[in-house]
Design a binder for this molecule. Structure first.
Ligand SMILES: [Zn+2]
Length: 153
């Protein structure tokens, strides 16, 4: 069981500005975040607690869900397992598609679905690795959630 990042390293980020750089071929966006401490010292013993944090930038109250160490570890592990299941299922579909062969619609669809599952699995596994054991409470207006994010420093 891995220990999640310590609470003192978690920050509430407010997207202070979004810079748009027009390139020759593409436009890149660069966000600048202002970071504020969450105001919690410990993780709860079990489950999760909701922290009422006030953003230091926009002064809007933001609710942050802070997981206990066991909960954070379990969520992280679940995402890891999900990633592996998707990877294996994707590989199985691609292999099946190759075995059926023949270029029909069914093996083609199986192959493409398999490919997406394999690609998606890497995304799921990397978000699992980066999971900080805290997140914005989903049960608050999007206008409150959108400019904010949890960071680990
Ligand atoms: Zn803010």
């Amino acid at each position: 069981m891995s220990t999640p990042v310590h609470v003192s390293r978690l920050r509430l980020g407010h997207r202070a500005s979004l810079t748009r750089t027009e390139g020759l071929r593409s436009t890149t966006y660069h966000s600048q975040w202002q970071l504020f401490p969450l105001g919690a010292v410990h993780r709860p013993e079990s489950g999760a607690v909701v922290l009422d944090t006030v953003c230091g930038h926009c002064r809007v109250p933001v609710r942050v869900v802070l997981d206990s160490a066991p909960t954070a570890a379990r969520k992280k592990q679940n995402r890891g397992v999900l990633g592996w299941v998707m990877l294996l299922a994707g590989v199985a579909l691609i292999v099946t598609a190759c075995l059926i062969g023949g270029g029909g619609a069914a093996p083609g669809l199986a192959g493409v679905t398999g490919l997406f599952a394999v690609l998606g699995s890497f995304g799921v596994r990397s978000t699992g690795k980066a999971y900080p054991g805290a997140g914005l409470d989903r049960d608050q207006p999007a206008a409150t959630r959108n400019p904010h994010r949890i960071f680990v420093r």
